[in-house]
Design a protein around this ligand. Sequence first.
Ligand code: 13P
Ligand code: SF4
Length: 303
Amino acid sequence: MDISERILALKEQKGMVILAHNYQAPEVQDIADYLGDSLDLCYRAQELDADTIVFAGVRFMAESALILNPEKTVLFPAFDATCPMADMLTPDAIIAAKKRYPDAPVVLYGNTTAACKAHADVICTSANAYRIVSSLDADTILFGPDKNLRHWVAGQTDQTLVPIPDDGYCYVHNVRITEEDVRSLMAAHPEAAVLAHPECTPAVQDLADKIVSTNGMLAEARSSPARSFIICTERELCYRLRKEIPEKTYYEIPHAVCDDMKKTTLATLYEAMATEGRAMTLPREVLERARRPLERMLELSRR
Ligand code: 13P
Ligand code: SF4
């Protein structure tokens, strides 16, 4: 048996379920039970019957799975896979901002640590950010950490979104995907529709036909009359697009790679599943305080 077959056998034998984010390496996507964007994976984690979830993604996603299912075991094989944007916001920065804006609710992007989520009123993801913000009866909202997501949502509402921190960003979308990258693909493929993730810079957002989450890109590729797409997000989403919607064409940005998403390998998955090591844990107080804002998000954006 090769390693993929051994993982599948172990999964069956131990009744484990593998959840994987759309940016995972192809061989990890191939053995996952469910692939999704961060919102979809929260719903999946909440709905599952299995006692053990194996999470292929970055730390904040595995933390959210545990916060929503404290009675389950969440194995997180790539223990050092963090999201650098999540690490740009600290609980102290939120506390300081709350002192300046005592009446403003705190909306945090899912790409935050559990310790930060414990200070939020509600969480959002790229799939529901506008819906969450506009559902709040507040003129001023503290919003973080992604400045580009903030820019995109702020453009659709009259509410004032105060950034926390001032300059939070994702290095893949904000730095590795440039306006020039997108313009040169557009010049080479003028017929292609441009799909951009809201973590991209305002200049890239301005070039896009649609600004959507990673699952939103799959939905758009399925339903759009366009036959080809320029995909402005982490390049591995194109593996899923090609596999599930092979009749269309996708142009990726080859250097748009999230290094942390690639820390989950078949070897680390097998090891974690075989030994049942690398279980995610969080301090009880954080676990309990972070649950309400996550559950509030799921209630506000019911699929
Ligand atoms: P999605 O929720 O759209 O999959 O995005 C998560 C993420 O980390 C994007 O960089
Ligand atoms: Fe974080 Fe960016 Fe990687 Fe998404 S792509 S997990 S925001 S570093």
